[in-house]
Design a protein around this ligand. Sequence first.
Ligand code: ADP
Length: 402
Amino acid sequence: MTSEHSIQASIGGVSDLKPIVTVCGDGQLARMMQPAAAELDIHLRILASKPDSSAAQVTPDVVLGDYTSLEELRGVAEGADAITFEHEHVPNEHSAALIDAGFNVQPQPTALIYAQDKLKMREKLAALGAPVPRFAAIDSVADARAFFDAVDGRVCLKARRGGYDGKGVWFPTADNCFELVSELLEAGTPLMAEEKVELTRELSILVARRPSGEAKVWPITQSRQENGICAEAIAPAPGLTPELSQRASELGLSIAESLGVTGVLAVELFAFDGPEGEDISVNELAMRPHNTGHWTQDGCVTSQFEQHLRAVLDLPLGAVDALAPVTVMANVLGADKDPAMPMPERVREVMQRYPQAKIHLYGKDHRPGRKIGHVNVTGEDTDETLTIARQAAHFLVHAEWA
Ligand code: ADP
């Protein structure tokens, strides 16, 4: 363990009684675990890449290191009651080695693989009988041609691993599909394809599950993506029938249990018009707090960040009841050009105009399209609440009212 770690830990005042949770990762998801950890007097330690990263700015115990190094993972795991993640990139063989050495890794690599590899996820969910779009492994241009014909050209091509925020997702046409497939395969990108869904909206199921089995599911959330990036979320999803809400909740719980997920699981869903009304199929899985769950910070008895810590420590889960008829989360995504008005002044303006807006900033510098914060607003009326959240987020991005 680095000397930096020992210094920080002694400042943090770790006693033998405090639970210690190590989080691999230093972005906004790890950052937002810290307020929950402080409330419960859980000692949070992060494995960070930079001393000024989003989470490192607010966490008492920062270990600088590389999550692809088993030795460094071992160092940061030492003494922790649970080791968890805010991303899916820690190599599974390292997690397995930590488990073999007696460390408590949650979620375990046997579950995490289904959040890492989109083809494995599709195969597993199909085998479990969960609704998924038609899909195929794409190992050659011939595979792509066969799938393209099978779905009448309605193709969504995906990198099996490493994609995020729409990077690694393509909607090719007959004109460019096979050239694209050939280029990507030559560049060493493992591929899969699935049917392009005529989606009417996107929903998400958020579940938390403990190693000993207790699981809870939050109200189903609707999200809207722009260019593959989550722009806003509304919870509970407006107009969802009680039957579909129930079916989605049960689907989330059964996926969490069947895959042995621990901590927070997000199941992203496609909603579409089926023969008997609105229907759903699974898009993808994330095994960590998720952008579509940020609303739980201000709109729910227990936030996803607190619940993740409780779950990985195998503590009883908190209630997941919504606190208001509707909660809206609007992301603050860096503008093409950062406005001259400094962020603290933008924050003051938004506070002045919308005292009900809960502003969450990630301590990140501006970059176009980068997630730098979000705003949560609770209310009675969906349109009104959505307007306030959008206005507030828009001002934080552009320093002008929409
Ligand atoms: P990422 O891992 O980058 O989040 P996703 O697989 O979630 O990628 O895809 C990003 C977005 O692309 C989705 O939120 C959805 O809007 C769209 N998308 C993905 N797969 C399909 C599909 N099969 N049909 C239609 N749209 C899709």
